[in-house]
Design a protein around this ligand. Sequence first.
Ligand SMILES: Nc1ncnc2c1ncn2[C@@H]1O[C@H](COP(=O)(O)O)[C@@H](O)[C@H]1O
Ligand SMILES: Nc1nc2c(c(=O)[nH]1)N=C(COP(=O)(O)OP(=O)(O)O)CN2
Length: 167
Amino acid sequence: MPKHSLPCAIPCAIALGGNLGDVAATFERALAALDATPGIQVTGRSRWYRNPPMGPPQPDFLNGCALLKVALSPEALLDRLQALENEAGRVRTVHWGPRTLDLDLLLYGDRVMQTPRLQVPHPGLGDRAFFAVPLAEIAPDWVEPLTGRAITQIAQTLDCSAVIPLA
Ligand SMILES: Nc1ncnc2c1ncn2[C@@H]1O[C@H](COP(=O)(O)O)[C@@H](O)[C@H]1O
Ligand SMILES: Nc1nc2c(c(=O)[nH]1)N=C(COP(=O)(O)OP(=O)(O)O)CN2
């Protein structure tokens, strides 16, 4: 089925992060693989932003966000995101430690859910500038359903000074 006719597609926002290897190339591969996935269309992407690590000392991160149209359940979308993390060689060792690729589901339409596997909106959206700054670039007016705040409003409450766009 052509992507433009995906029935019941839900607008979603994801975050990309990583600090091991050629992260920009890893992000490009992940977005291409997502767009090639039945039931997923990549409709927008931010610039990539360099910023210092949250957590233990480690190399700076690249972070960014992408917008999707998704005709999959939130759980099936998470399965696909985690499969792509694994394909990028992600190894889970240290909590908040270095990684080749992290793909987080930030928003799934206006759904609010909290299950053992999935919290949506992502609980970091309100306090992580490396989520809010790139998302504000591509979806400034999207209203976060838990607090009723637009993404730009969230970004304005955070110290965004260390989240620097690449060229
Ligand atoms: N919104 C979410 N996006 C991604 N992962 C989520 C979300 N809510 C809960 N999770 C769970 O978080 C752990 C660890 O995720 P990493 O970001 O890969 O460290 C994972 O088991 C998800 O089920
Ligand atoms: N600058 C920056 N620092 C980070 C980043 C990141 O993307 N950018 N992700 C982290 C951990 O994310 P993880 O997904 O493991 O934790 P979470 O489940 O709390 O989001 C830890 N520290």
